[in-house]
Each structure stands twice: as C-alpha cells, then as structure tokens.
Design a protein around this ligand. Structure first.
Ligand code: M6R
Length: 366
C-alpha cells in the first residue's frame, strides 16, 4: 500500500503533483480562460452580490483557509475572514444570508468544523464545504461541496490534503472573480496557466530534494525552530511549524516576518534556526530586510527561495531552491520543502512519522 515508500507521509508528499492535477483537471481550461465547477451550484446572482466570506476549519485546513483569504480578496474582491472552527462556534459572529460560510475539512468529520457549519446554516447563510471524503458528515451537511481529489490520506500529518484544498479554493476564487468581473480574461488565463504548471514544478523539485535531507541532518537536534513568511506565505510558515511540532515533537512557531521586532526577535541567538520563505512578489524586499535583522542577531537562516534568486545565497546560511511561481500560486510550491523537512527530521529522530503520539487522524470530538 505504501508503494515502496517507508511511510505514508512520504508517499503522500510525492503524490502531490498528481493529486493537485486531479483536483483541477476537468474544472479549468487555461487556454480559453474558462472554469467549470460542476458540483457548486451557487447562483451567479448570489456570487455577484455576496457581502463576505467566513472560512472555518481546524489545523492544516485552517491554514489553507488563511491562504484562500488572499485569493478571495485579491482575485474576487470579496471580504474574507478565516476562523478556527472551535472559536467561531462560540463567538457572536455577525452572519446573514449574504454571508457565505466555507468549511474546509479533509476528513469531513471534524466535530468543531461540523458544528460551525450547522451554526452558519441556522443563521441563514449559504454554506459550502471543501472536502476530501465523499459522503462525509461535513459534505452532507453543507449546501454545496467542492471535493478535493486527493484519495485517502493516511498519515496523520496532513500534506496532500493541504495542497488539494488550496487548489480547489484557488479555482473557486478565480471562478468567482470571473463572474464578478474583477479580473480581466488575460489575468484569468495567466493565473490558470500558473496553476497548470505547478504539478510539473513540484515534480522537478521532488526529484532534486537532497538539499532538504542535508539540512534536516544539520538541524534535527535543535530545540526549536522559527518559521517566517509574509503575505500569502505567512500561512505556509504556520503550516511548516505545525508539521514539525506534530511529527518531530520539536517546538516551532510560525510568524509573520514583520512581527519579529514586536517580540519574537528576542528569541534569536546562534542556536535558533529560522526557516524563511522568500519568494519573489509584492513583499520580497520587505522579507529580505526582516532576514537581515535576524541575521544581525546571530540567527541561522534557512531560506526557501526561487531558483532565479541570485541574492539570497549571500543573505542566508542555507538555501532550498524551488522553481519560480507567481506569488498567488506559490503556497502550493513553498509548502513542499517544509513538509519534507519535517518528515526527514522526524525520521532522523526515530519518531513515529505516520502516527505521532497523542494525535488522531480525525478529531470527531470537541
Ligand atoms: O479532517 P480535517 O481537515 O477537518 O482535520 C483538521 C485537523 O485536525 C488536521 O488538519 C490536523 O491539524 C492535521 N493533523 C495536521 O497535520
């Protein structure tokens, strides 16, 4: 069942070029700039008039929700908020029938996410689930569902579900942008093409990922890690930190790099490895200056950067080079080395990669 891989997690990491493609195939036509999501039957009128989106989820699914906030705002110009399902359900959230509530869940059985969805329904909202398991509770409870086509995810640490969710949310945001006329057809084609090229780029990286193992060997015995990202890669920093906590039992925190000087920079010393996501885009220069601040305090920087980046080698201690992508699609690429880094560290430390202590694959109780 593991197809020769030592652990399900590694198999699932390597499956991602295919599971991402399976999630967009038949739904996008990049040459024509057309998107067709058969299952989502939200009326065009509703999409044009919706006032805001609330995204609810837990864990890794919450992180893909955070990525999608940028997509709904930038592509479709819809105000979007993201909430942890267990928080959302106990707040007095202001909801009405013009609010769309999106629940994201791999298993479709997470108790808090299901409860958040029921609450939204009782307030008269439209509800949509992004789900991997067909016929699961969340997919049945929601008014609309878009399935990720990832196949069963066995490893407790979620990998291919994250990239499947981001893919599904990316095409939803583009579809709604199209209907709301907030992107030109040229932009739409460009973003579809960027997505289309992702599986190839991930494959290319995975074939050449030795550098991640070498870095894992150097840092496996550290007591803590910081993960820095900004903009659409800030949620990826959170996800990288979650992966390492979960399967290596090493403390890690994800931060928006601009927050460093508001406290966490005090943690920096020679023993602190900092993983920084520094892909080209709107905030490239900003994150570079954040890295310089950290370096000046003796921290060790492991940068995840574009292959074409000629500067980054001088500014960091280690670089994991990845194929260049547009920033809006980049989380699908940047998360891959972070998944692998957590995986290798876990293996080196002799942890139970697929079944980490104290954790269950789906959390069906509150
Ligand atoms: O099945 P769900 O997507 O609803 O699960 C949500 C979380 O429990 C899940 O993502 C968890 O955080 C993973 N173990 C993370 O790797």
């Amino acid at each position: 069942e593991k197809n020769g891989y030592k652990y399900f997690m590694l198999k699932e990491i390597f499956e991602q070029p295919r599971t991402i493609e399976d999630t967009f195939r038949g739904r996008i036509y990049s040459d024509e700039g057309r998107i067709y999501i058969e299952e989502v039957k939200l009326k065009e009128e509703y999409i044009k008039n919706m006032s805001n989106i609330y995204i609810v989820a837990c864990g890794t699914s919450y992180h893909s929700g955070l990525v999608s906030k940028f997509l709904f705002e930038s592509f479709a110009k819809i105000p979007a908020e993201v909430d942890i399902a267990s928080e959302f359900r106990y707040r007095d959230v202001i909801l009405d029938e013009k609010t769309l509530v999106v629940a994201i869940s791999q298993s479709g059985e997470t108790a808090d996410t299901l409860a958040a969805l029921r609450l939204a329904k009782s307030k008269g909202c439209q509800t949509l689930a992004v789900c991997n398991v067909v016929g699961s509770s969340i997919s049945r409870e929601a008014m609309h569902v878009i399935y990720t086509h990832c196949g069963p995810e066995i490893g407790v640490a979620s990998t291919k579900a994250f990239t499947g969710q981001v893919t599904a949310l990316y095409i939803l945001a583009l579809d709604w942008a199209c209907k709301r006329k907030t992107l030109t057809i040229r932009e739409l084609k460009k973003y579809l093409k960027e997505l289309w090229e992702i599986p190839l780029k991930i494959n290319k990286f995975l074939k050449n990922s030795q550098s991640v193992y070498d870095i894992a060997k150097v840092f496996a015995n550290k007591r803590g890690f910081l993960y820095l990202g900004r903009h659409i890669n800030y949620p990826v920093a959170l996800e990288g930190a979650l992966k390492i906590k979960e399967i290596s039992y090493i403390h890690a925190e994800g931060y928006a790099a601009g927050e460093m000087k508001h406290g966490p920079i005090a943690l920096i010393d020679k023993s602190m490895p900092i993983v920084a996501i520094v892909v080209k885009g709107k905030i490239y220069e900003k994150i570079i200056s954040n890295i310089e601040e950290v370096k000046a305090r003796g921290g060790t920087i492991i940068a995840v950067a574009d292959q074409s980046d000629k500067e980054i080698g001088n500014k960091s201690d280690y670089v994991i080079y990845i194929p260049e992508t547009d920033e809006f699609v980049s989380p699908l690429m940047t998360v891959i080395p972070l998944q692998l880094l957590a995986y290798y560290i876990s293996v080196i430390l002799g942890c139970d990669v697929d079944q980490p202590r104290n954790l269950a694959k789906s959390v069906t109780v509150e």
